[in-house]
Design a protein around this ligand. Structure first.
Ligand code: UGA
Length: 451
């Protein structure tokens, strides 16, 4: 393994014809950003409707700053969209695989889409190609891709397989692409290494060059470690609740120790999204399969799942009778600046309140489309679910304001106005976003997570 040093850096200037397979969060962002770096990019997806819309500059999900990049790429023709995978493969020198790896019932990653793509690549290998895994995958996926292509290719054209895991966060994806903490490339040949260094030449970040297995494991280990940090502080928050201590001060003091670091020590209702929950499980699964029982990760998951449950219990305890009470839910996405509600703790919390017979008004700046699909407003007359983008509308007549996602606009709320609008002034702060003392001064009851 080596870290590329600036002094040794040779000039990497080549631009490539790149195919990005998958126009989801990882693929579409990578495609738009590679085009911005000057490469010629074809972004392919089997979802024809998505491709038709992308050609019309309609972005399928909310991601700040993505739309202007896509528009710019389309205008310059550095970025094109296609639903023909064979054609896109044939036209490209480098192929990034960014298809989904959803969780299976047993916790393992479903690699069907990757297997299918490898097969199509094999059948369309009309020249040397570098095939790069970008999706988060269990260790040995690169090896399997290589075996599949060898098995099904019907000519003598050469190819390389590499791993280049993506570390971008939803909501900050464009920034993370251009300013990453590191770029990891797992390769088996000098040629593949040089090509990937060319591709990322204008992104200033340390490059970690390693073998493919190690690169794949770096991604699983990184996500699982971050999830562990969150579950650790959430476990501490439980002790704080019992001891009457303040988890925020503990996180602040712990985080100032450079060996610990301040990030990912925010206690709350737990992590969600399409990455941490599935990756923690998939890493535990593959470790077990390899012969190591990663019990720590099972506990990380268990702590996370208890967080939303104990939040609901706290609210129930304060409201005493939940049936018929009006609850305003502020925030549905798994974190701010995204409309993504996949595996969001809000989904479990809303379902729990519906089951209790509460009347809910759901509010989120971006996720209402997703929310309407998840909770059709048909829970019977008594449990009718309402939706609004306006937080002041949501809290009207409410007996409790449940803050589940720390969106910027919720931080700016005029709490005196909120108090006047509510039937009973109670804030259940699932993200420890509000200043507890200030909120209490205004006259609210306050429920925090470990404070
Ligand atoms: C995560 C990683 O941070 C990225 O590096 C990685 O590339 C990505 O997964 C992926 O594998 O594709 P993301 O899922 O977009 O990114 O979201 P994060 O910002 O990491 O947040 C994950 C969850 O943890 C959110 O629900 C957030 O609310 C929660 N969280 C985060 C906490 O509860 N406490 C914290 O201190 C930090």
């Amino acid at each position: 393994m080596s870290v590329m040093k600036k002094t040794k850096q040779k000039k990497y200037t080549k631009k490539y014809k790149i195919c990005v397979i998958g126009a989801g969060h990882v693929g579409l962002v990578a495609a738009a950003c590679f085009a911005e770096l000057g490469h010629k990019v074809i972004c392919v997806d089997k979802d024809k409707k998505r491709i038709v819309e992308l050609k019309k500059k309609i972005i399928p999900f909310y991601e700040p700053d993505l739309e202007p990049l896509v528009v710019k790429g389309l205008k310059s023709k550095g970025l094109v969209f296609s639903s023909s995978l064979p054609e896109a493969i044939k036209k490209s020198q480098v192929i990034f695989i960014a298809v989904g790896t959803p969780p299976k019932a047993d916790g393992s990653a479903d690699l069907t889409a990757i297997g299918n793509v490898a097969h199509v690549i094999a059948k369309n290998l009309n020249s040397y190609k570098l095939i790069v895994g970008k999706s988060t995958v269990p260790v040995w996926t690169g090896k399997k891709i290589k075996e599949t292509i060898h098995r099904y290719k019907n000519n003598s054209n050469d190819f390389d397989v590499a791993s280049n895991p993506e570390f971008l966060r939803e909501g900050k994806a464009i920034y993370d692409f251009f300013y990453p903490d590191r770029i990891v490339i797992g390769v088996e040949s000098e040629r593949a290494q040089e090509m990937l260094k060319d591709i990322y030449a204008s992104v200033k970040a340390p490059i970690i060059v390693t073998d493919i297995n190690t690169a794949e494991l770096i991604k699983h280990a990184s996500n699982s470690f971050l999830a562990t940090k969150i579950s650790f502080i959430n476990a501490v928050s439980k002790v704080c609740d019992l001891a009457g201590a303040d988890v925020e001060k503990i996180a602040l003091a712990m985080g100032l120790d450079k060996r610990i670091g301040k990030d990912f020590l925010q206690a709350g209702i737990g992590y969600g999204g399409f990455c941490f929950p599935k990756d923690v499980e998939a890493f535990a699964y593959i470790s077990k399969k390899l012969g190591y029982d990663f019990g720590l990760l099972k506990e990380v998951k268990a702590i996370n799942e208890k967080q939303w449950f104990s939040y609901v219990e706290k609210v129930k305890e304060h409201l005493w009778i939940v049936k018929g009470k009006k609850i305003a839910i502020l925030g549905l996405s798994f974190k701010p600046d995204t409309d993504d509600m996949r595996f969001a703790p809000s989904v479990d919390i809303v379902k729990a309140f519906i089951k209790e017979g509460a009347k809910l008004c759901l509010c989120d700046p971006q996720s209402l489309g997703e929310a309407r699909k998840e909770f059709p407003a048909s829970g019977g007359k008594k449990n009718k679910v309402k939706f609004t983008k306006d937080p002041y509308e949501a809290v009207k007549g409410a007996d409790c304001l449940c803050l589940l996602t720390e969106w910027g606009e919720f931080k700016e709320l005029d709490l005196k106005k909120v108090k006047k609008l509510m039937n009973y002034p109670l804030i259940a702060d699932g993200r420890n976003m509000f200043d507890r003392d200030k909120v209490r001064q205004i006259g609210f009851g306050y429920i925090g997570m470990g404070k």
